[in-house]
Unconditional design. Sequence first.
Length: 314
Amino acid sequence: MSELVSVIIPVYNKEKYVEACILGARAQTYANLEILLVDDGSQDASGEICDRLAKEDDRILVIHKENGGLSDARNAGIDKAKGEYLFFVDADDVIEPEAIQELYSAVKRTKADIAISNFLWQTPEGEVLGDSGIIKNDIWGKRQLFEALTGENSFYFVVAWNKLYHRSLWENFRFKKGKIHEDEFAVHHIFGRCEKAVLVEKCLYRYIRREDSITSTNTQIKRLDVLEAICDRFDYVHENGPEDCLQSAARQLWEHYRHFYFAENPDADGKRRQKEIKELFHGQYPKLMRIKPIKVKNLLKYTLFRYWGYMKRV
């Protein structure tokens, strides 16, 4: 008999999009679902839409709560979930009808802890802009997962929503509250608990790219949150990841420091944030210096930035 899968959809002021998202979850060819709609204190009609659709399908449970942010809403869904597997969907995105079936079949066939699929991104009007295209049908171990997280195409792996997780991966772990890029704070911890991952080449998730999304606004806050997440990832790899991933993790960390440092404007606020970035680097410096072998050019650039705040643009 198929096992229960919990589809967790956090909802906040998404009245234009949430119905299509919920209908996509309801239309899954995999029937043994519970659909958890977490209304995170919406101030528009999102909550009413959730309640109306819940009356039409007894697999839907609506959780109304005070606004706590996306991380808090996802965590509320995890806390209520009864399924053996968890799947996250953002309320303005859509999943393909076969998404859960494909991912569930893959994890059962391979006895994997997690299934990861390709995804495509499109405009709200339905125009397809592209797809990830990087994932090929395969089975990975922990080393390959960390290589993906610290490699050039890490974006395709750090998001929470193109994955089916065994619920044990989330035992005593939750998304970090109060951060815009909560996925990037979480996924490396989850990958660290995985012994086996199965990759599914099909595009099973439609990411809707909108100008007013959380990750398209609050640019300065976003930069610091991303950088903190990359630091957390580096720390985790440094302590728990395969040793041969440390070089790529260090390179990824430095590239983000350089990018965000020079992205700041030369005004008072920009200089203040540059100071915050330098202070954040102080905690990473000793770990970077312990990575062996260390190239002389890396030793110099880390030390110059740590003690004198000097960094080259290229």
